[in-house]
Design a protein around this ligand. Structure first.
Ligand SMILES: *[C@@H]1O[C@H](CO)[C@@H](O)[C@H](O)[C@H]1NC(C)=O
Ligand SMILES: *[C@@H]1O[C@H](CO)[C@@H](O)[C@H](O)[C@H]1NC(C)=O
Length: 475
């Protein structure tokens, strides 16, 4: 991730009993079927669901409707301490429709944001992918220049920082962190009174639109979540903010990925990423991150770097690729520390976003892709491609070689699918540029905030009030 959105997202703390909220989230929005696979037993269906990051929920007084957040952070009268905040405030379920999130069976479509599962006490699903692989289908055909449909892993706390004062924790999407070490209102589910940055290991499996794609480890020298302060949060801090990414275009193969190219982005395809260790065991060190695709039933090998790129012949991410691409990766432990995080377990996160600061040029413009340097201006995207969206489906993880053969491209597949687990995968924020017609929002409904795209006009006599940068409300 090279940005902002995810740096903020986050975390939670102190809210009142989740059980006192109505939790009207329809199942078809929260549930996202996934598969865990082994070579010996095939793929077993998992009852997973997704949750939208905590910052996109309305936090208000218990039994009342006064916001506990203000445009500059927490309301100090209501939330002067964790105890006060817990006693005075509660969190309401997110409104998924207006966040542009839809799930159906095994597919998640993000027109924008993400979703939530409101069962108190659930933890994040921790994927342990060292010496394993993960596959998913993606449709990027509706993602123009400047958009980023992302699927990645962050080493968040398994409970989202659940505590006495934040009993909801992961079930309301708290505890966000990533390698950008962003500073927000919350850190690991608690009030961020120390102004800490929320750092953690991040593995970007997929950051892409229809023009460019990147696979990027962002190792950190610390176990996440970690609260950085001062220079430790800086550009040469504890996490590798740039990462050592594999982008076929940037590595010299400009006709590999795109509409009508070898990986044809006008149609869905399967993406497989393998985390190979020194001795092919789960206790080895991570030595290589491999990528392949399947489209129209055909396996497509990863792109190969050209001689002029300086990485001649490279078709995967190895330690030398990583440290040559990005010197900081080496000083922060490189693939070895990335592998340790993959072994401990990481949370799967989905997002769609665009980038008002840098127009996503790092991904798809200049040396990185064919887009013009101004194509990613959010207002341009909104004007030209208001329906921009990404769909991820058929998410499967497990033994190397086990996730693709069983796929067949369609969700449910063969064999006996046993629902073994209930847990939640996470999801975060995003950006969108769509919808919102002439609809009006009702009393207490959301009417604005970063990345919000629902109705912005309140039904009379209510007017829209800014509560914080993520949330404006009809009052
Ligand atoms: C909120 O309402 C519930 C149910 O009516 C009540 O038991 C509780 O005491 C109220 N809490 C506050 C802080 O007013
Ligand atoms: C995050 O919160 C969890 C749950 O309360 C706790 O066990 C863990 O130590 C916390 N980590 C940090 C770095 O604060």
């Amino acid at each position: 991730m090279a940005t902002k959105v995810l740096g903020f997202a986050a975390i939670a703390a102190l809210f009142h009993k989740v059980t006192c909220q109505q939790a009207p989230t329809p199942d078809n929005i929260a549930s996202l079927l996934t598969w865990k696979c082994t070579n010996s037993g095939g793929c077993i269906q998992q009852s997973t669901s997704i949750v939208v990051d905590w910052v996109y929920h309305w936090i208000h007084t218990v039994n009342g409707s006064t916001s506990c957040t203000t445009s500059s952070g927490l309301d100090s009268n209501l939330c002067g301490s964790e105890q006060e905040c817990y006693a005075n405030c509660e969190i309401s379920p997110a409104t998924y429709d207006s966040l542009g999130i839809k799930t159906s069976g095994n597919a998640l479509t993000l027109n924008q944001y993400v979703t939530s599962n409101d069962n108190a006490g659930k933890n994040y699903e921790m994927l342990q992918l060292l010496s394993q692989e993960i596959s998913f289908d993606v449709d990027v055909s509706n993602l123009p220049c400047g958009e980023n449909g992302a699927l990645y892993l962050s080493e968040m706390d398994v409970t989202g920082g659940r505590s006495q004062y934040n009993p909801a924790g992961a079930s309301y999407g708290s505890g966000y962190c990533d390698a950008q070490c962003g500073t927000g209102t919350w850190f690991n589910g608690s009030i961020n009174s120390g102004g800490l940055g929320s750092c953690c290991n991040e593995m970007d499996l997929w950051e892409a639109n229809s023009k460019a794609t990147a696979l990027t480890p962002h190792p950190c020298s610390v176990e996440g979540p970690y609260g950085c302060s001062g220079s430790a949060c800086g550009s040469t801090g504890v996490c590798d903010k740039n990462g050592c990414g594999f982008n076929p275009y940037a590595l010299g193969d400009q006709s590999y990925y795109g509409q009508g190219f070898i990986v044809d982005t006008s149609k869905p395809f399967t993406v497989t990423t393998q985390f190979v260790t020194s001795d092919n065991s789960k206790t080895g060190t991570l030595t290589e991150i491999r990528r392949s695709y399947v489209q129209n039933g055909k396996v497509i090998a990863n792109a190969v770097a050209s001689a002029s790129s300086g990485f001649s012949g490279a078709n995967s991410i190895t330690e030398s690729f990583c440290t040559t691409m990005d010197s900081e990766a080496g000083t922060l432990g490189g693939l070895n520390t990335m592998g340790e995080a993959l072994s401990r377990g990481m949370v799967l996160i989905f997002s769609i976003w665009n980038d008002a600061g840098g127009y996503m040029n790092w991904l798809d413009s200049g040396n990185s892709g064919p887009c013009s340097s101004t194509a990613g201006i959010p207002s341009t995207i909104e004007a030209n491609d208001p329906g921009t969206s990404v769909t991820f489906s058929n998410i499967k993880w497990g033994d190397i070689g086990s996730t693709v053969s069983d796929t067949g491209g369609s969700g449910s597949s063969s064999s006996s699918l046993i629902s073994t687990k209930t847990s939640s995968t996470t999801t975060t924020s995003a950006t969108r540029t769509a919808t919102s017609s002439g609809a009006t929002q009702t009393h207490y409904g959301q009417c604005g905030g970063m990345y919000y795209t629902g109705p912005t006009v309140c039904a009379s006599p209510y007017t829209c009030h800014v509560q914080n940068q993520y949330y404006s409300q009809c009052l």
